[in-house]
Design a protein around this ligand. Structure first.
Ligand code: ADP
Length: 459
């Protein structure tokens, strides 16, 4: 198809070109002929009038000269239709009557007129010794035909050459293009059927195809990552479901067979079942939250609210840890800082960050929650004194269903999805956030909440 298209295009271009060339040549020929005829005729007229002798020698010279200069045949005709010069016995009766008529129509002494389709003529009259003569000039149709024929013959050769060349070159280009595209398509089909080892980029001759293959390579990597992540997620989730389910089943059997009659034991065992069910519920809720926020099903319900006040409220939820387990939650929160966001989802972010800080803080059990205005944003910092996060783990903690390999005793229950939720929510809000961490010293998780515009309404 491509080849055919290219070739047809070449033929069309050559065709249009020749047509335009023909028209232009014809026009040029016409103006040129008219001006040559006029110049030649006037020249002869001037010579004949200026020297009335009309000596043989002189006439020879003038008529030869005019033919040489303008490629125009000039005749000196008498009124009766015979030719005065050159001496030829051709009958010009017809020409003479046309000349007389044309001159009468125009009312002048000289005229250029179209005799036939491609033939133009010049005529003028003069009187010598009481006799009327006509200078008659014409460009012979044969010479015109030859002129056009030669040009047409030449442009035909050029056209055929051009078409053949276009045919070959476009065939070559189409072949290369089709070959590369077929190759890329073949590989894409492989990718579609789950073969992630395809390498698309192969130094093709076309920049666009190279770009396409680079994009496909990128897509391949992303798909393969997503695929791995999904497999990992399913493995992790099923693992996390299995433990509580095993516990629930074990304790239910115990109640059935052993502790059913003993109220004290029964209470302890049913409590385990309740706790494990809670864990399962929390896990299911977190997974649902993430998938809802990510898929965009859950619209952000944005409003302006008092972030300082809200943050105090969230910190207060951890008071029981201070009272019962000796944690110290220090707050440095500026008053009256507002932001525009989805309050409930920001609540999840705050809760998860503070919960993590409590879980991972050091032996001094100290956590600092800071909220300070800095320019157009309020900057939240949740600081702990724990063991910090190693550089190679930093990237992983947000993105995946990630949990550092060792088991860790946590005062706040976690499902391993907390930071995933934080990232997903903040990404949807387009808020800047991050973590600064030093191994052995602790971590500082930060978020920048933009201040709302001045004319806001408080929710
Ligand atoms: P969870 O805490 O339930 O395991 P998260 O998604 O909240 O899940 O955190 C993911 C991982 O990031 C944690 O398992 C832990 O390794 C690391 N992490 C999170 N917060 C901190 C912190 N404040 N200090 C050290 N490590 C942290």
């Amino acid at each position: 198809m491509l080849w055919l298209g290219f070739s047809l295009f070449a033929v069309a271009v050559v065709f249009i070109f020749s047509a335009v060339q023909g028209v232009m040549l014809y026009r040029q020929y016409k103006t040129r002929t008219v001006s040559d005829l006029r110049a030649a005729g006037n020249y002869v007229m001037q010579e004949l009038v200026s020297d009335g002798e009309w000596k043989e020698e002189r006439l020879n010279y003038v008529f030869y000269d005019v033919l040489h200069r303008y490629s125009v045949n000039v005749f000196l005709l008498k009124e009766d239709g015979t030719c005065r010069y050159p001496y030829i016995s051709v009958d010009f009766n017809e020409e003479v009557s046309v000349i007389q008529e044309k001159l009468r129509e125009s009312g002048g002494i000289s005229i250029v007129y179209q005799q036939e389709a491609d033939v133009y003529s010049y005529a003028s009259s003069l009187v010598r010794k009481g006799e009327v003569y006509y200078v008659y000039a014409t460009r012979s149709p044969q010479s015109v035909g030859m002129f056009f024929g030669e040009i047409q013959g030449r442009s035909l050769t050029v056209s055929i050459l051009a078409i053949v060349l276009a045919f070959v070159v476009s065939g070559f280009i189409s072949m290369l293009l089709t070959k590369s595209l077929t190759e890329v398509t073949q590989k894409a089909k492989g990718l579609a059927s789950g073969d992630y080892d395809q390498r698309f980029y192969d130094g093709y001759h076309f920049t666009e195809i190279n770009e396409l293959s680079e994009t496909l390579d990128f897509a391949r990597e992303e798909i393969s990552k997503a695929d791995n992540m999904q497999k990992e997620l399913i493995a992790n989730v099923s693992h996390d479901f299995k433990t509580p389910l095993t516990m629930i089943k074990a304790y239910a059997s115990m109640i059935q067979e052993i502790s059913g009659e003993d109220p004290q034991k029964r209470k302890a065992h049913t409590q385990v079942i309740i706790d494990e069910s809670d864990r399962l519920t929390a896990l299911v809720n977190d997974i649902l939250d993430i998938s809802k926020i990510r898929s965009g099903v859950d619209e952000l319900k944005k409003g302006v609210f008092n972030l300082s006040e809200y943050l105090f409220g969230v910190v207060a939820k951890f008071d029981y840890l201070a009272e019962t387990k000796g944690y110290r939650l220090e707050t440095e929160i500026d008053d009256e800082l507002y932001t525009l966001a989805d309050k409930e989802k920001i609540g999840q972010v705050l809760y998860n960050l503070i919960g993590n800080a409590v879980n991972y803080t050091g032996d001094d059990k100290r956590v600092t929650v800071r909220l300070k205005r800095s320019g157009r944003v309020s900057r939240l910092e949740v600081v702990d004194t724990g063991k910090g996060i190693a550089d190679e783990e930093l990237a992983g903690i947000w993105d995946r269903y990630y949990r550092s390999s060792e088991t860790h005793k946590r005062p706040v229950k976690g499902t391993g999805l907390g930071l995933s939720i934080v990232k997903t929510v903040l990404d949807r809000h387009k808020f800047r956030f991050g973590v600064l961490s030093q191994v052995g010293k602790g971590s500082c998780f930060w978020v920048e909440f933009p201040l709302p515009k001045d004319d806001f309404e408080v929710n």
